[in-house]
Structure formats: structure tokens, C-alpha cells
Design a binder for this molecule. Structure first.
Ligand code: OAD
Length: 288
């Protein structure tokens, strides 16, 4: 569906991309479903899995709630097994990730704002990326605030279904005979943004300028249900074209997209790349 009055919606988008030099990409979990990472709200997605595994939970989002995590981090770590990115090359970026990298290579990408924590944008080579909801690269101790890289030991601990703990706190506790055993457990929390936490400084430090500067918004694979990222489309300067590429219409977005290309994002962007005559190494959608 296009509001731009042209005959062909794909041609509308091709024309917009050709004429643009500051594309703001806003993406979500739909970018990675093609490579086997479930999204949150679709049938079979993470929230449905949580409902099945924890039927007593009122709301599946509670697993990503910081207050709930502080009370009992175990359910989160049980699920983290499914969210934790592989260390090896087993997980490859999707065609859509490669498309964003190609936008950047051609000097057209202003910034990619991703809600995803799988890090696949970086693996595809995208440099101008803001991880709005953080990622699994680093961890922070909820007790002492120690912050560091997610080590192989911590990764293994999570993979083994255990709650990773801060070694520094453990050592101090062992050395201190008067240590209060009732103190908060020194859990290492991956630096992903939980509900109840603020978004990264990287987001707030950049978004204002980018909203002013962008000349085209490309929304890929997100239901746009979680603020403040969901407010990006309504915060952009009037007149800047907005394109949605998603399997479904985004019902709750209070924005009217200029063009809505409904379908698998890999298939849609592969067709866009073909029409743009962009030669890209990885352009065969897994779902094609
Ligand atoms: P959602 O699961 O809410 O939405 C994913 C969207 O992508 C849905 O509209 C799907 O129809 C669509 N989709 C799935 N696969 C697709 C494909 N191959 N091609 C095109 N579209 C596809 O995921 P997000 O919008 O990313 O936050 O969720 C936003 C935030 O909600 C997440 O970052 C997470 C979650 O709660 C936190 O945990 C803080």
C-alpha cells in the first residue's frame, strides 16, 4: 500500500532510497527470525514460550522486568539459553542485516536503531548502529556494580542453566568473616535493557540529532509496541517519508506509513536490492 500515488509500491521505495543519503533504520526481532531467532509476539514467539513454561505468570514480559529479576533471576537465565547469541559462526546475519550494511557501505545510512540483542547487525558489518535495548556483550554485578565483558566462563555458566555470579563479590565474601549472608546475591546481569530500566546512553545521546537529520525512515520487522523506540516514527520531522517492511500491519503505531511492504523482510529487501541493482554477497532469503 502506498500513499505516494505511484503505480508500484516497490518502485516508490527504490526511488526514495536512491534519492536519500540519511536513512534511519529502525528494526526489531522480525529481522532475525529468518536465521532462527524467535521474535517476541508472533505465534511461537518468545512470549508464547514463556506463557507455556510459566503459566502462573500474569504477563510474559515479567521475565524481562528488572524488579522481578532482582527477586528471582532464575527464570530469566533459563530463558537466556534461547536468547544468548552463539559464539561461533553458526548464526549468520539475515539478508535484511546485510541490506542495512549495504546502505551503510553506499553512504546512505544515518543510523540503525535496533531493539535486538543478538548483535547480528555488527556481525553483518554495520558500524553506525545503536543497540537501544543493549546486548549480551557485557555484564554488570547487581551488587557491587562491577562491569565487564561476558567471558566464556559466564557464557558457559548460562548455557549450563546456572545463574552467573560475580567472582569479586564471592572472593570478598569468602575473605570477610563478618559478611552479611542476607546481602543481595551478586548476580551478573547481562547488559540488556529490562522493563523498568532506562535505555542506553548511546540511544539518548544520539536520537535527538538523528530525528532532525534523517531524510527517510525504514522500519523493519518490529511491532512497534515498546517505547521509547516505538515513538521514533511519530517524532520524525513531518514530510520525511516513512516505510514499513513487516509481515503484518503495525496496528498500534500511531503513524501512517507512506508505504507498507508486507511480507518477509528478507524477501522484500532482496527485491529492493535487485531493483536498485545492488550487488550483494548474501542476497538469498532463507525463506525464498
Ligand atoms: P515483536 O515480536 O513484538 O514484533 C516482531 C514483528 O516482526 C511482528 O510484527 C512480526 O509480524 C514481524 N516479523 C516476524 N518475522 C518477520 C519476517 N521474517 N519478516 C518481516 N516481519 C517479520 O518484536 P519487537 O518489535 O522487536 O524488549 O519487540 C520490541 C521489544 O519488545 C523487544 O526489544 C523486547 C520486547 O519486549 C525488551 O525486552 C525490553
Amino acid at each position: 500500500r502506498s500513499k505516494l500515488g505511484e503505480v508500484n509500491t516497490l518502485e516508490d521505495v527504490v526511488r526514495l532510497i536512491e534519492g536519500s543519503s540519511r536513512v534511519l533504520v529502525l528494526c526489531g526481532a522480525g529481522m532475525s527470525t529468518a536465521v532462527g531467532i524467535p521474535d517476541f509476539r508472533s505465534k511461537g514467539g518468545i512470549y508464547e514460550r514463556i506463557r507455556q513454561r510459566y503459566p502462573f505468570l500474569d504477563d510474559p514480559q515479567l521475565l524481562f522486568d528488572i524488579h522481578q529479576f532482582r527477586l528471582d533471576p532464575r527464570p530469566f537465565f533459563e530463558l537466556a539459553l534461547e536468547l544468548l547469541p552463539a559464539t561461533d559462526d553458526a548464526l549468520r546475519p539475515s539478508v535484511s542485516h546485510c541490506f542495512v550494511a549495504e546502505l551503510e557501505r553506499r553512504g546512505k545510512l544515518l543510523r540503525c536503531y535496533t531493539q535486538n540483542i543478538d548483535g547480528l547487525e555488527r556481525r553483518a558489518g554495520v558500524q553506525r548502529v545503536v543497540f537501544c535495548h543493549g546486548n549480551f556483550d557485557t555484564v554488570t554485578c547487581v551488587r557491587c556494580g562491577w562491569h565487564g565483558a561476558l567471558s566464556d566462563a559466564v557464557r558457559e555458566c548460562i548455557r549450563a542453566g546456572q545463574v552467573p555470579c560475580c567472582e569479586r563479590c564471592r572472593r570478598l565474601q569468602a575473605d570477610d568473616e563478618d559478611a552479611d549472608v542476607e546481602e543481595v546475591e551478586p548476580v551478573l546481569k547481562p547488559d540488556i535493557v529490562f522493563f523498568g530500566e532506562s535505555l542506553s546512553d548511546a540511544f539518548f545521546g544520539q536520537i535527538h540529532d538523528d530525528l532532525e537529520a534523517t531524510d527517510l525512515l525504514l522500519v523493519l520487522g518490529t511491532s512497534l509496541q515498546v517505547a521509547p523506540v516505538a515513538k521514533i516514527p511519530t517524532s520524525i520531522r513531518p514530510g520525511v517519508p516513512q516505510i514499513l517492511i513487516n509481515r503484518e500491519l503495525v496496528a498500534r503505531a500511531r503513524v501512517e506509513f507512506d508505504v507498507e511492504l508486507l511480507g518477509d523482510c528478507d524477501v522484500v529487501v532482496a527485491e529492493l536490492a535487485r531493483r536498485l541493482q545492488w550487488e550483494m554477497a548474501s542476497m538469498t532469503p532463507a525463506s525464498a
